[in-house]
Structure formats: C-alpha cells, structure tokens
Design a binder for this molecule. Structure first.
Ligand code: CP3
Length: 334
C-alpha cells in the first residue's frame, strides 16, 4: 500500500508521510535552471519531457513520500480557451472570459489542449523508482477557478466590486468548470494519479452565507466523483473559518489545514485524517525553531492519522537544506 493510503485509508498512526505543496518549484536551483530557458510557464507545464523531469526533481533530492505533478490549477481555464499568462512579480494574468466561447468547448477540444499534462503523469507514474510513492494529481476547486476566471488575476484580499453582479453568468460558468474538472480529474487518474488534491485557495474570501452555493455544493460533487473512481481525495479549503462544517458537508478523505488554524482545535473537531499546517515561513528561520514548530504538529497529531505538509506552498526563498532538515525531523519523530 502507498504511504498516503496507509494513513488516509487504514488510519495508520505509526508514521507520518511527508510531501510539500510546491515541492517542485522555485526554491530548487535545478528548477530555476530549467525555468530560465522556458519563460512561458504554460508551455513549460505542457512540455511533458520537462514537466515530468521537474516533478521528479524534489524526489531525487529528498525522501518525500509523494510526487505532485508539475502543472497548475489554471490549466483548466487554459483548456477552456481563456488566455492564461504568468508575469514575473505579478502572478497569473488571464484574458477576457467569453461565455459563448467556453460554452462551445467540448471534451475533445479541452483534452487536446491539455493532454500533455496527462502524458507527463503517465511518464512519472510508469517510473519504477516511484513504485512505493503516491502520485498526486490535482485541480483547483470550482470557486477558486471562478475567482481567477472572472477576476483575471489573483484577488489578493478582495474581489472586483461587481464580481457577484450577474448571478446567472456565475452559475453557468460554475457548471462548466465543474464539468471539465471531472474530465481533468478522470484523465489524471487514468494516466496514473493515485490521489487527487483539490485546492480552494480563495475559499476564505467568501461570507458564510455564500459557502453552500460556491464551495460546499460544487466541491461535494467533485469529491463524490473522485470517490467513484476509487481514489482518495484531499481537500484544502484555505482560510475557511469553519473546517469542521466543511468536512461534515463535503466529506473528503483527508483535509489540509492552513497555518492560521489552531491544530489543537482541529484535532478536537475533525475525525478524518489531517494534512499540513506548518507555516512555510518557519523554513526561513533556523534548525532549532523548525524542529520546535514541526514537533508541535507531530505531537498534537501523534494519535491521529496525519500527513506532514505545510499550511501553504513553500516559499521560493527557502533553502533546500531546511527541507532536508524537515524531512529528517518528521521521519525521526516516531
Ligand atoms: O509542486 C507542486 O505543488 C505542483 C505544482 C503546482 C503549481 N501550482 C506550480 C506552480 C501546484 C499544485 C499549483 C497550484 C496552484 N496554482 C494554486 C493552489 C495553491 C496555492 O498556491 O494557493 C494556485 C492558486 C495556483 C495559481 C498560480 N500559479 C499562482 C497564483 C501562481 C503565481 C504565484 C507565484 O508563486 O509566483 C502560479 C505559478 C506557479 N505554479 C509556479 C509554480 C511552480 C511559479 C512559476 C514560476 O514563476 O516559476
């Protein structure tokens, strides 16, 4: 059985597997080297030779328990024909969203645009060195994708003023997103992804009254879809105020927590396996502090099925040596 499945399915508490969000990325010099010669990020994700190589980079260096495929949640709007670019120091920049255009896209058009992501997953999952590792496929949650598609850039702390003006439009787009997320998930699984993580990076922007329509209902539909494929699903409803309510309604197989929540409260409230929590900024401090902070999570969750991870993606300025240290701390704990 793969390490994450032991925890998620068997509720094994005898060890804590570890992987980290954005483990394939800018803190690794070998990634920056490839990135330097590939200024177009989407093209890089669609270059299956390079994207499979980048996926493997952190596993060559470190004893992680899972590979997460090098791609992006914004491959979905890209596959729907919306322009997606990444600008240095600005982040994602999306083109105008045209409802008529995205309404006319069919599954074949979509898969044709993004199929190289699946080809990369196939390459990674057929690598015998990864036999005892999980291969994590992922998608953005419908709400977070809706935010990027309408807002056309990261919302930081607030959405465009007229974001909710056209309810009809929003609900149509949500349904299209949900439909193609299922296509995207199915193709990742068919090519060897054996866990799916759903990133809802902007769930914290919503008021409580809007959560059922924009977060709970569409995410539940995806969670049920992943379960129908017999694959575990991890949800990350970042900065949501009520993780318990989210878990009670959406019922993922495991939940990733952000670094602003109190892990003791999570332990009390949540029965399903937990992942993550450590503030990525801790990796910018020193060994002693890292050990203290990592041990806090390991102690709190010592009798609870727990996958070690961060409370958000690793920061580009992180020294890879600190990642090495973290893995050792986690592996030596039990
Ligand atoms: O290693 C991994 O975790 C797998 C690959 C992965 C990437 N993005 C690669 C990436 C994953 C799982 C994501 C998820 C993602 N992408 C999310 C959800 C998680 C989160 O961060 O909240 C979101 C919101 C995105 C959208 C996105 N992609 C943003 C906002 C940015 C720019 C911000 C930044 O960090 O500069 C990206 C670019 C991106 N995606 C990079 C990587 C490695 C940086 C690309 C680069 O400039 O080299």
């Amino acid at each position: 059985m793969k390490p994450l499945n032991k925890v998620i399915i068997n509720k094994d508490t005898s060890f804590n597997p570890i992987w980290i969000m954005r483990q394939a990325g800018r803190y690794l010099p070998e990634f920056r080297e490839i990135r330097k010669n590939n200024p177009n990020f989407i093209d890089l994700c669609l270059n299956d030779t390079l994207s499979s190589e980048i996926t493997l980079q952190p596993l060559k260096r470190f004893d992680f328990d899972a590979a997460i495929i090098f791609s992006d949640i914004l491959m979905l709007p890209y596959g729907l024909g919306q322009k997606v670019e990444f600008e240095k120091k600005f982040g994602p920049k999306l083109g105008e969203l045209n409802l008529n255009e995205i309404s006319n896209i069919d599954e074949i058009d979509f898969v044709e645009k993004v199929h190289r992501v699946y080809k990369a997953i196939k390459k990674v999952s057929s690598n015998p060195d990864l036999n005892d590792k999980n291969i994590i496929g992922f998608v953005g949650a419908p709400w977070t994708l809706l935010v990027y598609m309408i807002n056309q850039k990261s919302p930081k702390n607030n959405l465009k003023k007229d974001f909710f003006n056209d309810n009809f439009l929003i609900n149509r787009i949500l349904l299209i997103i949900e439909k193609f997320l299922k296509v995207h998930i199915k193709n990742q699984v068919d090519n060897g992804a054996n866990i799916i993580q759903i990133f809802d990076s902007w769930s914290g922007l919503l008021e409580e009254k809007d959560l059922p329509n924009y977060v709970y209902t569409p995410t539940l539909s995806l969670v049920n879809f992943v379960k129908s494929l017999n694959i575990p699903v991890i949800c990350f409803p970042r900065e949501i105020k009520n993780y318990k309510e989210f878990c009670d309604i959406v019922q993922p197989d495991a939940v990733n927590i952000d670094y602003n929540v109190d892990p003791k409260k999570i332990l009390k409230d949540i029965k399903i396996p937990v992942q993550g929590g450590l503030d990525p900024k801790i990796l910018l401090t020193d060994y002693e502090n890292l050990k203290k902070e990592a041990n806090k999570y390991l102690e709190i969750f010592k009798d609870h099925p727990y996958i070690f991870n961060l409370g958000h993606g690793i920061l580009p300025e992180t020294n890879p040596e600190m990642v090495e240290n973290l893995i050792k701390i986690v592996k030596d704990f039990k």
